[in-house]
Ligand binder design. Structure first.
Ligand code: HEM
Length: 407
């Protein structure tokens, strides 16, 4: 039999429905014999290179835990998400999300104590109070309003500022720089300038802590700088990662998650009226709401096998967690929203050594935010059809640019 040669699909692919990953991803995941192996195929990215795309849950999870796959964007063959990200990472101060082995472990270890479930639980009163104040302001303000600006963005922004010790008064500045950095259409120059501006800003805050110590994450970093364990550049690179990851992702989960629930009134009612266990389950069910929607990026440092395919050293690999989280081998009816599923084995927070450091914080914010919003405004509704909502296909973090709601 003659083998059928299929054209190499471009990645990321266009979505048919804003709430689901592209159908092409599911096709690759379910295909037993694409040009690669079951669920593994070559894709073409922005620079014309053709890394491997891995789509099945077991393969994605196994690969995320495989230390022969490097997260180092400076390595030859690393499949960067865009030209601007490629230029930005080359030779610049990198944060530990792009480091491997002992170097990665050293930086992560310095922060792990700040993000344990117990430590984050101490923030509960602050998060609850912040949610109440934002909802009070929303209730007293204009109706309709934009849920992103009124609630979804300021909540994680305020909380990460508190934790790090970044003045919230500067939020317009750091949110704007962060937006440029995650915008896939930013020019390389604009993206690099935004990253430098943020890093200089955070380095200034670390230096200020050296002169005047404080009990916050930046204060802890400054103490390590004073002890000679860390340079100011390394500290500000980690701080940048925490600041950007700490507000972009959660903000979009709040907005897109709310929109998803509004489309499923029975599920929404379960979150609004549910007890703490049901709410926790609902947050995990947001496995299907992939805000980190363009794959985890890695490059092979040795030959290895994924899903029956030999990946050669130096080849790029894109681990499509957004497809893995909808794998029918793992979840029955994976495309349905069912907040009573009761499983947290999804890979929305990644897996392995780079597994999301901030997940206890993200979970707590979401567990407090959704029911509080839905209980305060039982009549919450979106004022425009989906076709008029600006979805963030153009950003490294998916979600909505704005969400006009009435309450
Ligand atoms: C719903 C919200 C969030 C989602 C969906 C999310 C998702 C992820 C994912 C998928 C990774 C793995 C990246 C990889 O393997 O390449 C990751 C890593 C990371 N996240 Fe999150 N994240 C969220 C919230 C947060 C928050 C609130 C913080 C910080 C305060 C944070 C800090 C980090 C850090 C520092 C890493 C890098 C960990 C490492 O490389 O060791 N994230 N996140």
């Amino acid at each position: 039999m003659t083998a059928v040669t299929r054209p190499v699909p471009t990645y990321p692919m266009a979505r048919e429905c804003p709430f689901d990953p592209p159908a092409e991803l599911a096709r690759i995941r379910e295909d037993e014999c694409p040009a690669g192996g079951p669920g593994v195929a070559r894709v073409r990215i922005w620079d014309g290179s053709t890394p491997w795309l891995v789509t099945r849950y077991d393969d994605v999870r196994t690969a995320l835990a495989d230390e022969r796959l490097s997260a180092d964007a400076d390595r030859e063959g690393y499949p960067a998400t865009s030209r601007s990200r490629h230029v930005r990472s080359q030779g610049r101060r990198r944060s530990f999300i792009m480091m491997d082995g002992p170097e990665h472990a050293r930086h992560r270890r310095m922060l792990i104590g700040e993000f344990t479930v117990r430590r984050i639980e101490r923030l509960r009163p602050l998060i609850e109070q912040t949610v109440t104040e934002l909802l009070d302001a929303m209730e007293a303000g204009e109706n309709p309003t934009d849920l992103v600006q009124a609630f979804a963005l300021p909540l994680p922004s305020l909380v990460i500022c508190h934790l790090l010790g970044v003045p919230y008064a500067d939020h317009a500045f750091f949110e704007a720089q962060s937006r440029i950095m995650v915008d896939l259409t930013s020019s390389a120059e604009a993206s690099a300038a935004a990253s430098d501006a943020l890093q200089d800003y955070l380095a200034g805050l670390v230096r200020a802590r050296l002169a005047e110590p404080r009990d916050d994450v930046l204060g802890g970093m400054a103490a390590r700088v004073a002890a000679g364990d860390l340079t100011v550049d390394e500290a500000s690179a980690s701080a940048l990662l925490l600041l950007v990851a700490g507000h972009e992702t959660t903000a979009n989960m709040i907005a897109l998650g709310t929109l998803t629930l509004l489309h499923h009134p029975d599920q929404l009612a379960a979150v609004r009226d549910g007890d703490a266990t049901q709410v926790r389950g609902a947050v995990e069910e947001l496995r299907g709401v992939a805000v980190t929607h363009i794959g985890r990026r890695r490059v092979a440092t040795e030959d290895l096998e994924i899903g029956g395919v030999t990946i050669r050293a130096g080849e790029g690999v894109v681990l499509a967690a957004e497809a893995a989280n909808r794998d029918p081998r793992q979840w029955p009816h994976p495309d349905e929203v069912d907040v009573s599923r009761g499983t947290n084995r999804h890979v929305a927070f990644g897996f392995g050594v780079h597994q999301c450091l901030g997940q206890p914080l993200a979970r707590l914010e979401l567990q407090i935010a959704y029911p509080a919003l839905l209980r305060r405004f039982p009549g919450l509704r979106v004022t425009v059809p989906d076709s008029e909502i600006a979805f963030r296909d153009d950003m490294a973090v998916y979600g909505v640019h704005a969400l006009p709601v009435a309450f």
